[in-house]
Design a protein around this ligand. Structure first.
Ligand code: HEC
Length: 484
């Protein structure tokens, strides 16, 4: 043993550490799926390193945030790369933690004795989503601002506590300096501390309990339920038996972990080099026509919101995630059957398939490009929402079509906001006959509707910009003024 190691070993008993941590026996015939948890941890470390680098240059105030991010991207050496890695690392973390949870679910590794670690895992998952949500706002570009506006609006629809929740998230009623300060503090202080603490507990429990064995090795001869008083003794023996294959934590497990982690980091770096991280125009709080497209992992719920009538939006937006969360928390206490293999657990199998296929279909249905402005309840301002309600109550849809829904008598309005300004739309709806004498479009000016209502409608129609990200080109021709 080289000198310095001997010196340390005499003081810290490095051999003991090696014996207790690395030479441990592990269950035989483990697959590569075991590496997902350690890969998630590796990506977290990558996020800590790149995030700390970014924080060195970033300025968390609405006046400077955007410029400081621009500066990182354009002037700091490798700044764009570091940002890119942080951006793709964030997605990778969500992918990996989801994959890890799906795997743990599939092999029944949340069952006795691992209920606590499943709960810690659910906690980690929520913290990771918190990282995404808070990180999104920091560049203070259009997407950042409006995605956070939508997200906090959704939180605001929670029954009873909605308003308080919005106030807490935003630090006031508007998105502004207070919001950015607390999102930043959460992103770089609270959440990292929380994640480190929970992840440490998670790892300690894994070390105490050992790595989960293959489901089939814990099924033969098992009592039917894990709540059976015989089960702990059965488990102890069955688990000990799986360790007789002579496999060691190092190199059999850690070796695979290292290979997968290295590959994941390589993929993240390649993605960063190839695609970088997006940065849109600076946030503009007055541009209510901007339609943010959420990150892919929020797409299923976002798409679901488009499918339900407006009155149900709030219920779905808050209810579905809450229900999923409660189901995850309840799972290990509710499901006490001792079968672990997914193929032998029909209810679990069907639930998982429905959840995954449903989310996949919803993500697929979202297609590329921003979603349709019409259907985005939460992204609209109060005025635009009022306009949308008028569009429905006045039955404009009887003659007009928006996003494939409605009648044919009048022109399709799906992209009307690209062709006409709100001002023009207001004048037209007030008295269409001034524009076309023979028009079949009814006049909606007073007394049919007040000017305020027409303006609400016009503001709503101006948000209809189809599916693409085209910029509006107005063709507003007004009739000549009438002689008085
Ligand atoms: C009875 C059928 C009918 C109803 C109801 C109706 N419209 Fe129209 N709308 C038309 C027709 C037909 C045109 C084309 C008129 C023209 O070319 O002068 C039109 C034109 C328009 C245009 C201009 C479209 C363009 O491309 O220039 C807008 C905007 C519009 N309608 C909005 C509305 C709104 C908002 C409502 C509900 C408050 C509504 N319409 C209700 C029949 C209808």
């Amino acid at each position: 043993m080289p000198g310095p190691f001997r010196w340390l070993d005499q003081r810290l008993d490095l051999h003991g550490v090696k014996r207790d941590l690395l030479d441990r026996e592990v269950p035989a015939r483990l697959t590569w799926w075991h590496t997902l948890g350690s890969a998630t941890l590796t990506v977290f470390l990558v996020q800590v390193i790149t995030g700390t680098t970014l924080a060195t240059y970033y300025s968390p105030s609405p006046d400077h945030a955007y410029d400081s991010v621009r500066y990182i991207a354009d002037h700091v050496a490798s700044g764009a790369l570091v940002r890119g890695i942080h951006h793709w690392g964030a997605s990778a973390m969500v992918v990996l933690i989801l994959a890890h949870m799906i795997r743990v679910f599939s092999v029944g590794a949340y069952k006795y004795p691992r209920e606590i670690n499943w709960l810690l895992g659910v906690g980690l998952f929520i913290v990771v989503l918190g990282f995404s949500f808070t990180g999104y706002l920091l560049p203070w570009d259009q997407k950042a601002y409006w995605a956070t506006a939508v997200g906090t609006n959704i939180a605001g629809t929670t029954p009873f506590v909605g308003a308080a929740l919005v106030a807490v998230l935003r630090g006031g009623s508007e998105l502004g300096a207070a919001t950015l300060a607390r999102f930043y503090a959460f992103h770089v202080l609270w959440l990292p501390l929380l994640l480190t603490a929970i992840a440490a507990l998670h790892l300690i429990v894994v070390i105490r309990q050992g790595i989960a064995a293959r489901p089939r090795d814990l099924e033969t001869g098992a009592p039917a339920r894990t709540s059976d008083p015989e089960y702990p003794a059965y488990y102890r023996e069955a688990y000990a038996a799986t360790k007789r294959g002579g496999m060691r934590f190092w190199p059999d497990i850690l070796g695979k972990d290292a290979i997968v982690s290295a590959t994941v980091v390589l993929v993240i770096v390649l993605m960063a080099l190839a695609f970088g991280a997006p940065l849109e125009a600076p946030a503009d709080a007055t541009d209510t026509s901007y339609v943010p497209r959420p990150e892919w992992y929020f797409l299923p719920i976002y798409q679901l919101l488009k499918l339900v009538p407006g009155s149900l939006e709030a219920v779905i937006a808050v209810g579905v995630p809450t229900a999923l969360l409660l189901a995850m928390v309840a799972l290990p206490f509710f499901d006490r059957g001792s079968t672990r293999n997914l193929l032998h657990r029909p209810v679990a199998l069907v639930s998982l398939v429905v959840l995954l296929a449903g989310s996949g279909m919803l993500i697929g249905a979202a297609g590329p490009g921003p979603g349709l402005a019409t259907l985005e309840g939460p992204a609209l301002s109060a005025q635009q929402r009022a306009g949308r309600a008028l569009y429905q109550s006045q039955q404009c849809g009887g003659c007009h079509r928006v996003a494939g829904q409605g009648g044919d008598e009048g022109p399709d309005l799906t992209a009307i906001g690209l062709r006409h300004s709100a001002g023009w739309l207001h004048s037209f709806m007030e008295q269409p006959a001034r524009f076309h004498e023979e028009t079949r479009m009814p006049a909606y000016g007073p007394p049919a509707m007040s000017h305020q209502e027409i303006e609400e409608l016009a503001q709503y129609l101006a948000t209809l910009r189809g599916r693409g990200d085209q910029q509006p080109q107005f063709y507003d021709t007004f009739p000549p003024p009438r002689p008085h």
